[in-house]
Write a protein that binds this ligand. Structure first.
Ligand code: NAI
Ligand code: BAL
Length: 498
């Protein structure tokens, strides 16, 4: 789809119909308390809509509706190909409404319309399609057993699941979780981040239009303590899948332990290194990958390259090229299709990022921050112990650490509490493979930046992840549980049972 002009996007934005109530049991509803909160455009501060400020009573109601839907089998017991057809219909409705959703996403999150149109919407749709296509192609297993028995190992949907979402990719993270959950036959209670509730609500409405039965996909809006915690502690939710900060992710382990020992899958923060060795080829291309990794989505990305670990022998040349490419990343109005760096998601998050800029040592590039916008910034660090090298900043800030050997580079890269992603740039094949094995991260890219794609599992080592993976066929493991069915086939009914 070709992009529109800024004026055309602004006209679309002015005409958007914003959803407001929570979406429970197939319709929009006010919070039971009647409370609402404002969701604002981070680029202007202007209010976009009032959203239902739900609480524990609304979570209870949504869980009860999801449980009813799960138990009567209106979704879980549909023929797999029927579930597939409904989700494929959803992808068609999403495609038809992609432009409206892209504009809504950009307005609510500060993300650039360029990214919303070229990445978030296409990947959201592709993710739903990929998991839908899988539904009627997964087989169960028969285990080795004696001739007198058959031992079946089947996967069953885990039941009612809570999906607690972040604000950095509101629709795409919804898709990463809701697509395999619905594909598996689960019923879901989604809690979008309070900064970015709008597209999840519109998504739920389109899912209903596509034929997802009422009660199967519920969206409960509100704050972490008011909605996230009741989901985490709910006695009738079987599993929670969360993406967000490590601090909040760990809380879900506590909630589960103090309630019904529900299963918990956590996709948390990262402090992702890019190692560039002295033998890396095509430093201009390396620089493009590093700049893209660091500044794409304003650095509000769990897999963002936030530490550049560079060999001293090529540092000056690489930094020159990084500077050239960074200058092409224009900061500005997210609805201008030329903009590559939009607004940070909220004033609170802007203040957090600025706090790190204030503490920064030697700023090599950028450093300007104003009214919610932060210029792509590169900072030289003397040591990997600096808070800028240890904390997840989640802004367009790249720290640079110089090293003088391969082993030192790997040691610095692994010297972090996180372990989500890492990249390694080298022309030496043995080093590439050895390095990929030595790096303690869930995804290692060699001579590129990225997260793999929908077909590869995504999740972290150490404090970046817990309990499972998003994406790929492995995502289904989160939303299903194994059952053994052991059947006696012996025909001698008189034989003693021992
Ligand atoms: N891994 C990732 O993709 C993300 C990482 N972050 C990191 O987290 C930092 C803080 O951002 P936040 O929005 O505050 O992240 P957060 O982790 O607190 O929020 C993520 C989700 O958890 C919910 N939540 C918050 N507090 C909760 C609680 N006490 N109980 C249950 N649910 C709760 C939120 O409402 C939201 O839906 C960012 O600066 C960034 O470093 C934030 C968003 C995404
Ligand atoms: N990059 C997608 C996953 C995340 O940021 O949470």
């Amino acid at each position: 789809m070709s992009l529109l002009t800024k004026d055309e996007y602004m006209a679309l934005a002015a005409d958007l119909d914003m959803p407001s109530g929570a979406f429970i049991d197939g319709s929009f509803r006010a919070a039971q308390s009647g409370a609402t909160f404002a969701t604002a455009n981070p680029a202007t501060g202007g209010e976009l809509a009032q959203v239902a400020a739900c609480g524990a009573a609304d979570v209870d109601f949504a869980v009860q509706k999801a449980r009813d839907a799960f138990d009567d089998g209106r979704w879980s017991r549909l023929h797999p190909s029927e579930r597939k057809d409904i989700l494929i219909r959803l992808t068609k409705l999403l495609t038809r409404n992609a432009r409206e959703l892209a504009v809504m996403e950009s307005l609510d999150s500060g993300k650039t319309i360029y990214d919303c149109e070229t990445v978030d919407l296409p990947e959201t749709i592709h993710c739903i399609k990929w998991h839908a296509e899988l539904i009627d192609k997964i087989y169960d297993q028969v285990a080795p057993a004696s001739d007198d028995h058959i031992a079946m190992v089947v996967r069953e949907p885990i039941g009612v699941v809570g999906l607690v979402l972040p604000w950095n990719f509101p629709l795409l993270m919804l898709a990463w979780k809701v697509a395999p959950a619905l594909a598996a036959g689960c019923c879901v209670v989604v809690k979008p981040a309070e900064e970015t509730s709008l597209t999840a609500l519109r998504f739920a409405e389109l899912a209903m239009e596509a034929g997802v039965p009422r009660g199967v996909l519920n969206v409960v809006t509100g704050s972490g303590p008011d909605v996230g915690e009741p989901i985490g502690r709910h006695m009738d939710i079987d599993m929670v899948s969360f993406t967000g900060s490590t601090v909040t992710g760990k809380r879900f382990l506590g909630y589960a332990g103090e309630s019904n020992a529900k299963e918990v899958v956590l996709e948390m923060g990262g402090k992702n290194p890019a190692i560039v060795m002295e033998d890396a080829e095509n430093l201009d291309r390396v620089a493009q990958h590093v700049v893209n990794g660091a500044f794409w989505n304003m650095g509000e990305n769990c897999s963002a390259t936030s530490r550049l670990i560079v060999h001293a022998a090529i540092k000056d040349e690489l930094m020159e090229r990084i500077a050239q490419h960074t200058r092409t990343w224009g900061v500005g109005d997210p609805l201008d299709p030329e903009t590559r760096v939009g607004a940070l998601v909220s004033p609170a998050h802007f203040d957090k990022v600025c706090g790190y800029l204030d503490k920064a040592g030697t700023t090599l590039l950028g450093g300007t921050a104003k009214d919610g916008f932060v210029e792509p910034t590169v900072i030289a660090l003397a040591s990997n112990d600096d808070p800028l090298a240890r904390d997840e900043i989640f802004g367009p800030v790249l720290s640079v650490i110089e090293v003088s050997s391969f082993d030192e580079a790997i040691a610095v890269a692994n010297d972090t509490d996180y372990g989500l992603c890492a990249s390694l740039f080298t022309a030496n094949a043995k080093r590439a493979i050895r390095g990929a094995r030595m790096l303690r991260a869930g995804t290692v890219t060699v001579n590129s930046f990225g997260e793999g794609d929908i077909a590869t599992p995504f999740g972290g080592f150490k404090q970046s992840g817990f309990g499972g993976r998003d994406n790929s066929i492995h995502a289904h493991d989160q939303y299903t549980q194994l059952k053994t069915i052991w059947i006696d086939l012996s025909d001698d009914e008189d034989e003693a049972v021992d």
